[in-house]
Design a protein around this ligand. Structure first.
Ligand SMILES: Nc1nc2c(ncn2[C@@H]2O[C@H](COP(=O)(O)OP(=O)(O)OP(=O)(O)O)[C@@H](O)[C@H]2O)c(=O)[nH]1
Ligand SMILES: [Mg+2]
Length: 332
C-alpha cells in the first residue's frame, strides 16, 4: 500500500498555510530532508543459533536486505545489512573457541565505540539475544557482562536483552501450538527466567537492564515457513524505548508490513498504542524541530492524518504493520 498521497497532503497543507511564516516553512522542509537522510544503526548480538537472523526477518522482513562488505578486517566478523535507513549489525556471540571469541569481542568493542559523522555514537541500540531453550547461558553472560556493558559508555540505555525461543523454554511443554502462545506454567517459568537473568547481570555489573522474552518463530527446513512470532510487538516497543526519540521514526520505515507478525503479544493493545504513538511523536518532533511553537506543526499534521480517514487509524490506533507501510512511503 502506498501512502504517498497522504504525505503530499501533509506537505501541501504546511506549504499553503498562511499562518506559518516563510522561515518556519523553510525550516520544515529542511527538517524533512534531514529526516530522510537519518540512519539508525542497530546491533544484534548473541551466540550461534540463538535466532538473530530469525528475529531480523520477523521484525523487518529481509527480502530487500543487502549484505554489507566490511573493508576493515577487525569488523569483518560483524555483517551489516542495509534496509533503507535502518542498518543492522549482525554480530557473532562468544563460544566459538578462545581465538574466535577474542576476535569477536574486539570487533564488538570497537563497533560500540565508533562515532558517526556528527560525533555521536554510531550504534544507536544493542539487542542481545539469548536462547530461551538453552540451559547454558554462560557465554551469553560473558558477552553481556564483560564485553557489552563495560563498553557502552556512561549511558547504558542502549542495551536491551531479549530471551528468544520462548516456545522451547520448557522443551516445548506448556506451549500452546494452536494459539502460538505460552500457557500459564510456561509464563511463570519465563517470568522466572527474566528475573534471574536481570539479577545475574545486576550482580556482575551493577546495571539494571530490561529483559524480555519472545519467540521469533521456528523456521521449517523444508517449507522455509517461519512460525508466527510471539511478543514481537513487545520486542519492538522495548527496542523503541531503548532508542533515542528522534530516531524511532526511522525504525518505522522498515518494519515488517505483515500484520500477522505483530498480533500475538501480551498486553498487545498497550504495545500497539505505545509503538504507534512513539512513531507519530518522533515524526512530529523531527519535522517541527526549531519551528516556533505557535505554528503548531504537530496539530496540523494530526489533522491531515485525521482527514485521510483510514490512514489515521493505521498510524495511531491500528495494527503495527500498517504504520510501517505508512512511514515507508515517507522515506521513499
Ligand atoms: N523453536 C524456535 N526455534 C527458533 C526460534 N527462532 C529461531 N529458531 C530456530 O533456531 C535456529 C537458528 O536460528 P537463526 O535465526 O538462524 O539463528 P542465528 O542466531 O542467526 O544463527 P547464526 O547466524 O548461525 O549465529 C533455526 O533453526 C531457527 O528456525 C524460535 O522462536 N523458536
Ligand atoms: Mg544468522
Amino acid at each position: 500500500m502506498s501512502f504517498d498521497k497522504e504525505f503530499q497532503t501533509v506537505i501541501d497543507t504546511i506549504q499553503n498555510d498562511p499562518t506559518i511564516s516563510d522561515t518556519d516553512k523553510t525550516k520544515f522542509f529542511q527538517n524533512i530532508n534531514r529526516l530522510k537522510n537519518t540512519k539508525i544503526n542497530l546491533m544484534i548480538a548473541g551466540g550461534t543459533g540463538v535466532g538473530k537472523s530469525s528475529t531480523i526477518n520477523a521484525l523487518f522482513g529481509m527480502e530487500k536486505a543487502k549484505v554489507g562488505t566490511g573493508s576493515d578486517p577487525e569488523t569483518m566478523d560483524i555483517k551489516n545489512y542495509e534496509l533503507g535507513n535502518v542498518i543492522l549489525w549482525d554480530s557473532p556471540g562468544l563460544g566459538d573457541g578462545k581465538e574466535a571469541d577474542e576476535r569477536h569481542a574486539k570487533a564488538i568493542i570497537k563497533k560500540l565505540a565508533e562515532k558517526d559523522s556528527n560525533g555521536d555514537l554510531l550504534i544507536d541500540m544493542v539487542l542481545v539475544i539469548l536462547d530461551g531453550g538453552s540451559r547454558d547461558l554462560g557465554t551469553s553472560y560473558e558477552l553481556i557482562n564483560n564485553v557489552i556493558i563495560p563498553n557502552l559508555g556512561k549511558d547504558k540505555s542502549r542495551l536491551l536483552v531479549a530471551i528468544n525461543k520462548a516456545d522451547n523454554a520448557m522443551s516445548g511443554r506448556h506451549w500452546d501450538y494452536e494459539k502460538s502462545e505460552p500457557m500459564p506454567k510456561l509464563i511463570e517459568f519465563l517470568d522466572g527466567k527474566v528475573n534471574s537473568t536481570k539479577a545475574r547481570i545486576k550482580e556482575a555489573t551493577g546495571v539494571n537492564v530490561d529483559v524480555i522474552y519472545y519467540s521469533a518463530g521456528f523456521t521449517d527446513d523444508e517449507t522455509h515457513k517461519q512460525e508466527q512470532p510471539y511478543n514481537l510487538s513487545k520486542l519492538l516497543a522495548f527496542i523503541l524505548r531503548h532508542t533515542k526519540k528522534e530516531k524511532r521514526i526511522v525504525v518505522a520505515s522498515q518494519i515488517n508490513e505483515d500484520a500477522k507478525m505483530w498480533e500475538k503479544s501480551d498486553n498487545l493493545e498497550n504495545y500497539q498504542q505505545e509503538i504507534n504513538k512513539s512513531f507519530f511523536q518522533s515524526f512530529v518532533d523531527n519535522v517541527s524541530d526549531g519551528i516556533s511553537s505557535g505554528a503548531d506543526i504537530g496539530g496540523k499534521i494530526g489533522s491531515v492524518f485525521g482527514s485521510v480517514g483510514k490512514a489515521v487509524g493505521s498510524v495511531i490506533g491500528g495494527v503495527i504493520g500498517a504504520a510501517g507501510g505508512f512511514f515507508k512511503s515517507f522515506f521513499g
